[in-house]
Write a protein that binds this ligand. Structure first.
Ligand code: SAM
Ligand code: SF4
Ligand code: SF4
Length: 345
């Protein structure tokens, strides 16, 4: 499935390094700027633009996305993740997957989805060459799930999507759970119990102050430490070594051999020092941080073609000095920030 290629052949003569000495290994590609859910922590119904205000006409087409990904791969990227908004809303997504899976040097091609539409698409995505899936799942209780989808989702659809993904051959799926105090803390042990003993890995992500409209308050964050301790009290855990440099989730195995869980501590233990990730919005802007106020437009370089894309990426990366999460406690909270549904987490 993975492209057999000598990575040395793809390495740029001078791999770009940002102003803090960080390389570029990881790319998130948002394929769509809208969603069928309205999760209050991401795209709350009452404070996000109506569908009609979103500018579909500016979405990159598949050929443009492929050119950009090829450019990033030539600049050192090896991991590509498709996201959104909700990426499964993008028409003919498996066609894009097959184009990206065929790029020599893409060692890992993954997709993050709310899985509401996965049941009918899992096999086509697998057949197109998608390597891995991450599914967002914040609750198993149907009422809490519905509330967390902004009143739009049905957990039964997600469970059907998971079953279809397993049947299609996605053997180890990652699940992302955002825990908010007073909202879904009660779902944590239930979710752990559900996935323990399966090949899948549940990862708890601290509720982040992304964007400007989710009403984030520090008190609503349930820290990874607190989550770890409550899980450990029920099913003892031991820490595992990171799978690779820059892995964002701290991995922990169940002592009884029933699998592992992960904790992404972007608020309590920021990991900016290892952040080698760029983000591409559906309309062709590059963001060098999840909390950036604005992106850099790649479209002029896409139109020029040739090596213009790499040159622009190198220029953007060379100017990068982002470390928002490390500065959060120092009181630097920019009021202007891109919304999460726009660049995909
Ligand atoms: N719609 C897809 C989904 O939900 O999986 C992909 C895009 S969504 C923006 C990507 C991830 O961002 C999801 O796992 C979601 O839980 C996470 N996310 C959104 N807002 C967040 C927040 N305020 N704090 C932490 N994670 C957040
Ligand atoms: Fe949509 Fe994903 Fe944001 Fe929820 S987290 S509103 S599913 S983009
Ligand atoms: Fe990377 Fe920005 Fe997150 Fe720090 S705050 S880890 S620089 S995306």
């Amino acid at each position: 499935m993975k492209s057999a290629v000598d990575p040395g052949m793809l390495q740029p003569a001078t791999p770009p390094v940002d102003r803090l000495g960080r390389g570029l290994r990881d790319l998130r590609v948002s394929v769509i700027e809208t969603c069928n859910y309205r999760c209050p922590y991401c795209m709350p119904e009452d404070s996000t633009p109506p569908e009609s205000a979103l500018d579909r006409a500016r979405r990159l087409d598949f050929a443009q996305i492929e050119s950009v990904v090829r450019g990033f791969v030539r600049m050192g990227v090896r991991k590509v993740r498709l996201t959104g908004g909700e990426p499964l809303l993008r028409k003919d997504l498996p066609l894009l997957v097959s184009r990206l899976a065929a790029i020599p040097g893409v060692e890992d091609l993954a997709l993050t989805t709310n899985a509401s539409l996965l049941a009918g698409k899992a096999q086509a995505l697998r057949d197109a060459g998608l390597h891995r899936l991450t599914i967002s799942l914040d609750a198993l209780d149907p009422e809490i799930f519905r509330q967390l989808s902004g009143g739009r989702g049905d957990v039964a659809d997600v469970l059907a999507g998971i079953a279809a993904a397993e049947a299609a051959g996605f053997s180890s799926i990652k699940f992302n759970t955002v825990v908010q105090r007073g909202v879904n803390e009660g779902e944590v042990l239930r979710l752990v119990d559900h996935f323990r003993g399966t090949p899948h890995v549940l990862r708890f992500i601290e509720f982040m102050d992304v964007g400007t409209c989710n009403g984030w308050q520090p008190q609503a964050v349930v820290s990874s430490r607190e989550l770890h301790d409550s899980i450990h009290a029920r099913w003892p855990l031991r820490p595992l070594q990171p799978g690779y440099r820059g892995e964002v989730a701290a991995r922990h195995a169940f002592l009884d051999g029933q699998g592992e869980v992960g904790f992404v501590s972007s608020v309590s233990e920021p990991f900016c020092g290892d952040c080698q990730r760029a983000r591409l919005s559906a309309d062709g802007q590059v963001f060098t941080c999840l909390f950036a106020a604005k992106g850099s437009d790649l479209r002029p370089a896409i139109e020029l073609g040739g090596t213009a894309i790499e040159a622009r990426i190198a220029e953007i990366w060379g100017q990068r000095a982002d470390r928002y999460s490390e500065l959060r406690d120092a009181g630097r909270r920019d009021s202007k920030k891109i919304e999460m549904f726009f660049i995909g987490g």
